[in-house]
Design a protein around this ligand. Structure first.
Ligand SMILES: CC(=O)N[C@H](C=O)[C@@H](O)[C@H](O)[C@H](O)COP(=O)(O)O
Length: 503
C-alpha cells in the first residue's frame, strides 16, 4: 500500500455537476496547478476525472465518488464505486464512514476493498468521534475529518474542527487527515500542530465561485458611494462628532457639552449623528469613555464621569435609529487608532489626558482590547503611595494625579513657586507611568494627547527629563505630544467603522 508522507499537504480538486468548473478538463488543469504549487497529493472526484488526472500528475491520488441522490452517506458507498476508482488508478479511496443510511454495509465495503485491492489505501471520512469509534475495528489506513459539520449529528461542531483531531489522536494511532473548512495557511498549520498527520484543503484553493463570494461578502457594506463615515466621541466633558472620508479627512464636525444624564447623552449623540450624516453615509463609529465590549457594543463599566452609563447598549441604540450597525470602542482606543492610521506606527501607546486618563495601546498593529474591553484602561493603575479616591471606586489611581482635572486645579493659569513644584511632581508621576507601561509593552512611540499639548513644549521637556532621570533609557525622544486635535477620537471611531474594527 502507498502511504501519504507525514505533514502532507493535500489539495482537493473537485467540482460537482452544477458547479462552474464541473468537467474533466478543468479538474485536470486544477490538479496540474496544485502539483505545480507543491501539493503532496490530490483528492479527486469521479472515476473519469481520476483517470485523466492520473495521466498528468505524478503525486498520489485519493479517489472518491459522490452520489448526492442518496439520502444518507454519499461519498464512495458501493463496491461498484470502489471498482471504478481502482480501474481509474486511484492510489487511495475515501469512504463515507458516517452513521447514516447507506446502500451497502460498511464492514462489507472494507472487506471487499482489503481482500480484492490490498494495495489501495483506505481513508475513512467521518463526522464525529462516535464515527471514529465505529470504524476503528475496521482498520482504515487513515481517518479524515471531512464530514464534521455535514451530518445532522455534527452540525454544531466547531469549524475548523481542531477539537475532533485532538479527540481522535487520544483514542487511536490511525493517522488523521484534517479536512473540511480550512481556509487559510494558518489554519492548515494549526491543524497539523493539533495532531493531524496530513491536511487537505479544497474550496479555499479550487472553488473560485466561493472564494469570490468570501471576498464579496467581506466588502458587501461598500456600496456604490464615496465611503463616508460619521464618528462620535463621547468624553467626560464634550461629545464631539465628525463626518470623514476614508482618509480621515473631516468634511463636517460639531460638538456639544456632554450632558449630565445618560439619557441626554444618548439623545445628544443621536442628534449629532443625524446632523452630520449625509444620504451617502453608511458607516458609523462611536467612541466612549469606559470599558466597552467591542463585540456587543455595550458599555461594560464606566466611572462616574458619564452618568448612568454602565450597561448602555450603544450599538443597539444607534442601529435601531439609523439601521446601520456601528462600531463602538473605547475613546482612547479610537484616538490611538487614528494616531496609528496617520503615522503607521505598529507599536505605540497613547495617553489621553482629559477629564480622566485614557489609554490606547497598539501592539503589533492591533488595538489591545483585552477579554472584556478593559485593555488600555491605564488610568486606573495605582500609583504607589497615592491616597486619593478615584471616581472608579478605587483608591490611588494614577488618574487622580495626571488627569485634566488635576491640571486645572493645580497648574493651569496658576503662577508662582508652588506651580513649578506641582509641574515637577506631575512630570515625575507621568515619567513613572510611561516607564512602567514601557516595561510591559515596549512601544516605539508614546503620544500624550487630550489637553496636555495645550501646556506647551516646556511642559513636555519636563516630562522627558523626568523620564531620563528614572529610566535606564537615556533617550526620551519617543515621547511626543499628539497633535491630531480635539476630533482625534471621533475620527478614529469613524475610520474604525470603515475598517470593521480591524486594522
Ligand atoms: C462535505 C463534502 O462534500 N466534502 C467534500 C469531500 O470530498 C468536498 O466537497 C470538500 O471540498 C473537501 O472535503 C475539502 O474540504 P473544503 O472544501 O472545506 O476545504
Amino acid at each position: 500500500m502507498k502511504t501519504l508522507k507525514k505533514n502532507a499537504f493535500i489539495v482537493s480538486c473537485q467540482a460537482e455537476e452544477g458547479e462552474p468548473l464541473f468537467g474533466k478538463e478543468t479538474m485536470v488543469k486544477m490538479s496540474i496547478a496544485a502539483q505545480m504549487g507543491g501539493a503532496d497529493a490530490i483528492r479527486s472526484l469521479y472515476p473519469d476525472v481520476v483517470k485523466e488526472v492520473k495521466n498528468v500528475v505524478s503525486i498520489p491520488i485519493i479517489g472518491i465518488t459522490k452520489n448526492r441522490n442518496l439520502k444518507g452517506a454519499f461519498i464512495t458507498t458501493t463496491k461498484k464505486d470502489i471498482d471504478e476508482l481502482v480501474q481509474a488508478k486511484a492510489d487511495f479511496i475515501a469512504l463515507d464512514c458516517t452513521r447514516r443510511e447507506r446502500p451497502e454495509p460498511l464492514p462489507e465495503l472494507f472487506n471487499y476493498l482489503k481482500s480484492k485491492y490490498p494495495n489501495i489505501g483506505i481513508i475513512a471520512d467521518i463526522a464525529d468521534i462516535d464515527d471514529v469509534k465505529n470504524i476503528i475495528p475496521l482498520k482504515p489506513d487513515y481517518i479524515a475529518t471531512t464530514l464534521s459539520g455535514y451530518t445532522d449529528y455534527s452540525i454544531n461542531r466547531p469549524c475548523p474542527d481542531y477539537e475532533l483531531i485532538r479527540e481522535i489522536i487520544k483514542i487511536t494511532d490511525i493517522p488523521v487527515i484534517a479536512e473540511g473548512n480550512l481556509s487559510t495557511p494558518l489554519e492548515a498549520r494549526k491543524a497539523i500542530l493539533n495532531g493531524a498527520y496530513a491536511v487537505t484543503v479544497g474550496t479555499a484553493i479550487t472553488r473560485p465561485q466561493i472564494i469570490t463570494q468570501r471576498f464579496k461578502e467581506y466588502l458587501a457594506d461598500f456600496q456604490d458611494d464615496e465611503l463616508l463615515a460619521v464618528g462620535i466621541d463621547i468624553g467626560g466633558t464634550w461629545t464631539r462628532g465628525v463626518l470623514v472620508d476614508r482618509f480621515g479627512i473631516i468634511k463636517d464636525s460639531d460638538k456639544v457639552r456632554t450632558a449630565s444624564t445618560g439619557k441626554e447623552v444618548i439623545s445628544n449623540m443621536l442628534s449629532l449623528i443625524k446632523k452630520l450624516k449625509t444620504e451617502e453615509t453608511h458607516f458609523l463609529g462611536v467612541a466612549s469613555g469606559g470599558r466597552i465590549d467591542f463585540k456587543t457594543g455595550v458599555v461594560g463599566f464606566s466611572t462616574g464621569l458619564i452618568p448612568d452609563w454602565k450597561g448602555v447598549g450603544l450599538a443597539d441604540i444607534v442601529e435601531k435609529e439609523f439601521n446601520i450597525r456601528p462600531i463602538v470602542d473605547n475613546d482612547a482606543n479610537c484616538a490611538s487608532y487614528f494616531q496609528h492610521f496617520i503615522t503607521d506606527e505598529d507599536n505605540m501607546l497613547m495617553i489621553t489626558v482629559g477629564t480622566g486618563i485614557g489609554g490606547g495601546i497598539i501592539n503589533d498593529g492591533r488595538i489591545v482590547r483585552g477579554a472584556k474591553g478593559g485593555g488600555g484602561e491605564i488610568g486606573h493603575i495605582i500609583y504607589p503611595g497615592n491616597t486619593k479616591e478615584c471616581s472608579c471606586g478605587k483608591v490611588g489611581c494614577v488618574e487622580t494625579i495626571l488627569s485634566g482635572r488635576y491640571l486645572k486645579e493645580n497648574i493651569y493659569g496658576k503662577e508662582g513657586k508652588e506651580v513649578y513644584k506641582k509641574i515637577r511632581e506631575y512630570s515625575k508621576v507621568m515619567a513613572w507611568f510611561i516607564d512602567t507601561l514601557k516595561a510591559t509593552l515596549d512601544f516605539d512611540k508614546c503620544y500624550l494627547g487630550g489637553v496636555l499639548p495645550n501646556y506647551g513644549d516646556e511642559f513636555l521637556e519636563n516630562i522627558k527629563n523626568s523620564f531620563k532621570q528614572i529610566s535606564n533609557e537615556k533617550n526620551a525622544d519617543f515621547i511626543n505630544y499628539s497633535d491630531l486635535g480635539e476630533f482625534a477620537g471621533a475620527r478614529g471611531a469613524a475610520l474604525l467603522s470603515l475598517h470593521k474594527g480591524e486594522i
